[in-house]
Design a protein around this ligand. Structure first.
Ligand SMILES: NC(=O)c1ccc[n+]([C@@H]2O[C@H](COP(=O)([O-])OP(=O)(O)OC[C@H]3O[C@@H](n4cnc5c(N)ncnc54)[C@H](OP(=O)(O)O)[C@@H]3O)[C@@H](O)[C@H]2O)c1
Length: 182
């Protein structure tokens, strides 16, 4: 029953370009060859920020072509935003804003014995960390650099340090690092 931030980052620490493109990511490996299938099977609730959700809206056709649905998640999902955003057909979503602690309690109830996935972005994951609610970071580092973009985890974590628990190489294009929050 963990709260996990699972994401892919460039080597220099960005999860998207400045204009929210993920094109750099798709050539690096196949999701089905990664830890993702085992990971998502244990997820009972998701949270994401507005930019991440808007990426799903913009790329609904591509997502549908690859997964068979414009919204690939069956689990309930909380979208953090201050703005009215359109819903996606068939998606079990609720729009929320403000303190992550209240939302986390709702997510915990919904997830039951399963894990909570903070999809991103980095600051939203940071808000859960600030509240002492983040248990694990699972970061797939792609063998590319972007120079600038949306930061993977814009927080200073010095003491206690994160605790590296696993390293898994996925060919030459990716390495997955797992950290427990100390
Ligand atoms: N590489 C990967 O695996 C991966 C994974 C996830 C996401 N991404 C990408 O990374 C980018 C992330 O974008 P981002 O860094 O801008 O983060 P984001 O968390 O997706 O979006 C940030 C926005 O979420 C809203 N928000 C965040 N916390 C809130 C709160 N407590 N209450 C209300 N609203 C809140 C605000 O939007 P408003 O105030 O404007 O409503 C804020 O500007 C996206 O392009 C996404 O597609 C990549």
């Amino acid at each position: 029953m963990k709260t996990q931030y699972y994401t892919a980052s460039s080597l220099d620490g960005f999860i998207a370009t400045e204009d929210d493109s993920l094109e750099w990511l798709f050539s690096l490996g196949d999701l089905n060859d990664s830890s993702y299938p085992a990971f998502i099977a244990e997820v009972g609730a998701l949270a994401m920020g507005a930019s991440t959700y808007e990426w799903m809206l913009r790329n609904a056709d591509m997502v549908a072509a690859e997964t068979g649905s414009p919204w690939p998640y069956t689990q309930p999902t909380w979208i953090f935003t201050h703005r009215p955003l359109p819903a996606i057909e068939g998606a079990d979503i609720r729009f929320v804003h403000g303190d992550v602690r209240d939302v986390h309690a709702q997510m915990r109830t919904a997830a039951g014995a399963k894990n909570i996935w903070i999809v991103g972005g980095g600051d939203l994951a940071g808000q859960f960390h600030d509240a002492g609610l983040l248990d694990e970071l699972i970061i797939q580092i792609g063998s590319v650099t972007l120079g600038k973009g949306k930061q993977v985890f814009p927080r200073r974590v010095l003491s206690p340090t994160l605790r590296l628990t696993a390293v898994r190489q996925m060919g030459g294009g990716m390495v997955e690092l797992r950290y427990e929050v100390g």
